[in-house]
Write a new protein. Sequence first.
Length: 228
Amino acid sequence: MQEFKLYLETRGSVHSQNTEFLAYYALPYVTKPNEHPIYRQLFEETWRNSVVLRLSKYIDSVIQPNDGKIPHLLNLVTKPNVKQDRLMRQLTVCLNKFVFIVQNELSDAEKRATQSQKRLTRLQMDYQTLISVTADILDALESTLKGKSLDSSVMQKIYSRLVHSQKNVSLRVNHQNSHFNKTSNNTFGCETKEILFGEEKPETNGNKPNPPVGLYWYVGMNLFLPVN
């Protein structure tokens, strides 16, 4: 009864001007409404059954018309659902395709990132090797300028490190680019070795052998000039 009273005071207030419903506004304030001559019929089984019957007939007239056509109310409820289901299926298909494409692109990006990281690591190693070899060569050059003799074992180590580094770089480039000129693997050839260690090459005119060219030629031609 309290809920009915709350309804009358809120949403049901619009019916207070209707004389047909005006008597029901006093119902919450009656002490024993089931014994009141005006309201006691509302608590009888026959009244409830009659209300249910009238409501059922009204619903049947709206949902199941005699002409056999689909009621307009039912169309309003069902048609949007069919259209919405179709749109949802299309959206699901598009999302699945999009997820598949994104996953493939992500996988490719991860592979490229891994390869780039490996290349970066190798470049850093080559850079450190080049810095170390350059420092050793500059030390040897400084010693030569001061008139000190060069130890052949020191130059042998420098030469071996340069050849090893050059071969590693060439192998990696050839692996990535099959059309790369393979002749670059022999950048440090026999003449370079002879220049480094001061090996003399006899002249054809019968004169004395020429002296070694020295480290200036080596530094200019084999270290600071780019390899073609």
